[in-house]
Design a protein around this ligand. Structure first.
Ligand SMILES: Cc1ncc(C[n+]2csc(CCOP(=O)(O)OP(=O)(O)O)c2C)c(N)n1
Ligand SMILES: CC(=O)[C@@H](O)[C@H](O)COP(=O)(O)O
Ligand SMILES: [Mg+2]
Length: 641
C-alpha cells in the first residue's frame, strides 16, 4: 500500500511542533494529514467520514490551545483519528480498532492527549465542565474544550450540561461541529435550528463584526457592548441564539475547513473569553475525499477500501445479517398489523428499521440520539394501544435504563425491545459491548427476555413479540451475519417461557441461550467424540425460565452448564436462583455458568474476543471435562505435597 508523502507531517511528533509552524504551513499540513488519514483508514476501516470532517479543526485546536494541559474532549470520539495522528500516535494509526491496537475512540490510558474516554455520545460538555471546575479549584489543568457534533447535541445529556455550564458561567469552550449529518441525515428541531443559524449569514457576519469590536474594548465596557449587540440583532429578528440564552457567548457560524477563519477565531476566543463560549463550526462529513463526500452515509463507518476508488472490501460469507433479518421480519409483521410502529435513536440503518421505513415511512420514528426519550416515547405509544418496537443496540439501551424500569417495567407496558449488537461486537471494543442487557433486564418484574440462537429463531421472536401484549418483551441478537440456515416464510409465535432440546444425552447438559449455540454444538460434538453423552438445549427465554426443562435437565444429568453471550448476573444467574429455590442443588448437581468474565474485553475480532473471554467450544468442553473427570483435569495432589 503506497503511503502519502508528508514532509510537514513527518516533522510533527506532537502539538508543540504544530505551534512552531506558520499558518500557511498549517494549511499544507492539513492536506498531508488528510492524505495520511485516508491511507491509514483504507487499511484498517473505521469512522472515516467524521474524521475527514475535522482535519482542519484538529490542527487548529492543537495549534491554538496548549494541549494536553488544556483538555480537549471529543464527543463520541469516532472523529478522533486526526487528533491521534497529531498527538504522537501516527506510528500506530494502522493498528486502529484491532487486537492490541489503538482504540477507535479516545481513551485515557492511551495518551495524555485523551483526557476523557468516549464512544457513547453527548458526554463531552459534562466532562469538560468537570475539568473546568477542577481548574478553578486549583487542579493542574488548563482550559477545557468540548468538540460535539450536531448529532450528539441532540441528546438530552448535552442540554443538561449546557444548562449547568451556562449557569456556572465558568470559562470553557464548546465547539459545535455542525456537518448536518448524524449517522443518517440529522432529525429534530435542533437540527433545523442550526441550519437556520447557518443560513442567517448576514446576521452572522454582522454579529462577528460586533464581537470583534466588543472584544477590542476594555473588559468593563464589553458587557455593555454585548447587550447593545444583542439589542441590535434582536431588533433585526435575530434573537440571541439558544446558546446565548443559556449563558454562552456564541461565535459563528464559521467555516470549519478554512484555517484563515478557524485560527483567528480560536486565538481570539482563547485570548478573550471570560464565560462559557460556544463556537459554531460548519464542516462537511467526508471532506476532501470524493467517494466519502458523495456517499449518502458520508462513509460514516467503512471497512477496508481501495483509496483510489473508495470501493470497500466485502465482509461475511453471504449469510444475511441479523439486522436485515430483523428489519424484514418487522416489516412483514407491520404489513399485517397497522398498530406496529418502530422507534430508533438515530440509527435507522444500524438497527434495520430503515427497511420498514421504505414501506411504512410514517410508522418509523427516528428521534435522534435520544435513547431515554425513545424508550418513554415507545411506552406512550404502547399505552395508547399501539405495538411499538423500540430498536436500540444493547450498549445504547443502557442510556435509557431508568426509562425501561420506570416507564415500561413498572407500568407493565408492552414495549417490544429489539436489542441488536448483543454480546461482543468486535472493533468498537468495550464501550460498545452488548454485555449487560441480560443482567439489566432479567431482574425486572414482568419482563420477558428472549435471545435468538440463529436467524430463524430471530424471525420467530419478532413474530412472538409482535403478538405479545402481556407486558414488556425484549429479544436480543448479535452484530453481523447469521448462521446461513434455511429461514421460514414467516416466524412462528413461540410459547412464552419454553426452551427446546437440540440433542439428547445422559451425562451432562449444556443449556445455551442465544447465538452461542453454534459453539455449544461444537463443544458437544467434541465431548461426544470422547465418549461423553451430552444433552444440548436452547433456552430461548432468559425470563421466564422454562422450569420444566430445567428440572428435567437437573434430574437426568450429573452436571449442567449454562452458556450466554453476556456478563455475570444474567441468564446463568437466573438459572442458579431457580435451581437453588427449587432445591435442585441440594442433590449434588454440578452447575457451571459460562458468561463473559468480570473484566473488560478489549477490542479485537469477535472470535478473538470470545476466546479472550473463555467462551469458545474448547473452553465449554474443557469445563465439562473438569466436572466429569476432575482428577484428569487437575494436577493430582500427590504431585504437589
Ligand atoms: C448514546 C449513543 N447513541 C448512539 C450512538 C451511535 N452514534 C455514533 S456516532 C453517531 C452520530 C453522531 O453524529 P454527530 O455528533 O453529528 O457526529 P458526526 O458523525 O456527524 O461527526 C451516533 C448516532 C452513540 N455513539 N452513542
Ligand atoms: C461510533 C458509533 O457509536 C457507531 O458508529 C457505532 O460504531 C456503530 O456500530 P455498528 O458498526 O455495529 O453499527
Ligand atoms: Mg454531525
Amino acid at each position: 500500500m503506497t503511503r502519502p508523502v508528508t514532509p510537514l507531517l513527518d516533522r510533527v511528533a506532537g502539538p508543540a511542533d504544530l505551534r512552531a509552524l506558520s499558518d500557511g504551513d498549517l494549511r499544507r499540513l492539513s492536506d498531508e494529514l488528510r492524505a495520511e488519514l485516508i491511507s491509514a483508514v483504507s487499511e484498517t476501516g473505521g469512522h472515516l467520514g467524521s474524521s475527514l470532517g475535522v482535519v482542519e479543526l484538529s490542527v487548529a485546536i492543537h495549534a491554538v490551545f496548549n494541549t494536553p494541559m488544556d483538555k480537549l474532549v471529543w464527543d463520541v470520539g469516532h472523529q478522533c483519528y486526526p487528533h491521534k495522528i497529531l498527538t504522537g500516535r501516527r506510528d500506530r494509526i494502522r493498528t486502529l480498532r484491532q487486537k492490541d491496537g489503538l482504540s477507535g475512540f479516545t481513551k485515557r490510558d492511551e495518551s495524555d492527549y485523551d483526557p476523557f474516554g468516549a464512544a457513547h455520545s453527548s458526554t463531552s460538555i459534562s466532562a469538560a465542565l468537570g475539568f473546568t471546575l477542577g481548574r478553578d479549584m486549583g487542579m493542574p489543568t488548563g482550559d477545557a474544550i468540548a468538540v460535539i457534533g450536531d448529532g450528539a447535541i441532540s441528546a438530552g445529556m448535552a442540554y443538561e450540561a449546557l444548562n449547568n455550564a451556562g449557569a456556572e458561567g465558568r470559562r470553557m469552550f464548546v465547539i459545535l461541529n455542525d456537518n448536518e449529518m448524524s449517522i443518517a441525515p440529522p432529525v429534530g428541531a435542533m437540527s433545523a435550528y442550526l441550519s437556520r443559524l447557518y443560513a442567517n449569514e448576514p446576521l452572522a457576519k454582522m454579529r462577528a463584526l460586533a464581537e470583534g469590536f466588543e472584544a477590542a474594548l476594555p473588559p468593563p465596557m464589553r458587557e455593555g457592548a454585548r447587550r447593545a449587540r444583542q439589542l441590535v440583532t434582536g431588533s433585526m429578528g435575530g434573537q440571541g441564539t439558544l446558546f446565548e440564552e443559556l449563558g454562552f457567548d456564541y461565535i459563528g457560524p464559521i467555516d470549519g475547513h478554512d484555517l484563515s477563519q478557524l485560527l483567528p477565531v480560536l486565538r481570539a476566543a482563547r485570548a478573550r473569553a471570560t464565560r462559557p463560549t460556544l463556537i459554531h463550526v460548519c464542516t462537511v462529513k467526508g471532506k476532501g475525499y470524493a467517494p466519502a463526500e458523495s456517499a449518502a452515509c458520508k462513509y460514516h463507518g467503512v471497512s477496508k477500501f481501495d483509496p483510489a476508488t473508495g470501493t470497500q472490501s466485502k465482509s461475511g460469507g453471504g449469510a444475511p445479517s441479523y439486522t436485515s433479518v430483523f428489519g424484514k421480519a418487522l416489516t412483514d409483521e407491520a404489513a399485517r398489523d397497522p398498530r406496529i410502529v418502530a422507534v430508533t435513536a438515530a440509527m435507522p440503518g444500524g438497527t434495520g428499521v430503515d427497511i420498514m421505513a421504505e414501506r411504512f415511512p410514517a410508522r418509523v420514528h427516528d428521534v435522534g440520539i435520544a435513547e431515554q426519550h425513545a424508550v418513554t416515547f415507545a411506552a406512550g405509544m404502547a399505552a395508547s394501544g399501539l405495538r411499538p418496537f423500540c430498536a436500540i443496540y444493547s450498549t445504547f439501551l443502557q442510556r435509557g435504563y431508568d426509562q425501561v424500569v420506570h416507564d415500561v417495567s413498572l407500568q407493565g407496558l408492552p414495549v417490544r425491545f429489539a436489542i441488536d449488537r448483543a454480546g461482543l461486537v468486535g472493533a468498537d471494543g468495550a464501550t460498545h459491548a452488548g454485555a449487560y442487557d441480560l443482567a439489566y433486564l432479567c431482574n425486572l418484574p414482568g419482563f420477558t427476555v428472549m435471545a435468538a440462537a440463529d436467524e430463524a429463531e430471530l424471525m420467530h421472536m419478532v413474530a412472538t413479540a409482535a403478538a405479545f401484549d402481556e407486558g414488556p418483551i425484549a429479544f436480543r441478537y448479535p452484530r453481523g451475519a447469521g448462521e446461513g440456515i434455511e429461514m421460514p416464510e414467516r416466524g412462528q409465535i413461540l410459547e412464552i417461557g419454553k426452551g427446546r432440546i437440540i440433542s439428547e444425552g445422559t451425562d451432562i447438559a449444556i443449556l445455551s441461550l442465544g447465538a452461542h449455540l453454534g459453539e455449544c454444538r461444537r463443544a458437544a460434538a467434541e465431548l461426544e467424540g470422547e465418549g461423553v453423552s451430552v444433552t444440548l438445549a436452547d433456552a430461548r427465554f432468559a425470563k421466564p425460565l422454562d422450569r420444566d426443562l430445567l428440572q428435567r435437565l437437573a434430574r437426568e444429568h450429573r452436571a449442567l452448564i449454562t452458556v450466554e453471550q453476556g456478563a455475570q448476573g444474567g441468564f446463568g444467574a437466573m438459572v442458579l436462583h431457580d435451581l437453588a429455590a427449587s432445591g435442585l442443588l441440594d442433590r449434588g448437581l454440578a452447575v457451571r455458568t459460562m458468561t463473559l468474565p468480570d473484566r473488560i474485553i478489549p477490542q479485537a475480532s469477535p472470535a478473538h474476543m470470545y476466546a479472550d473471554a473463555g467462551l469458545t467450544a474448547d473452553s465449554i468442553a474443557q469445563t465439562a471435562r473438569s466436572i466429569l473427570r476432575p482428577a484428569a483435569s487437575v494436577v493430582s495432589l500427590s504431585s504437589v505435597v
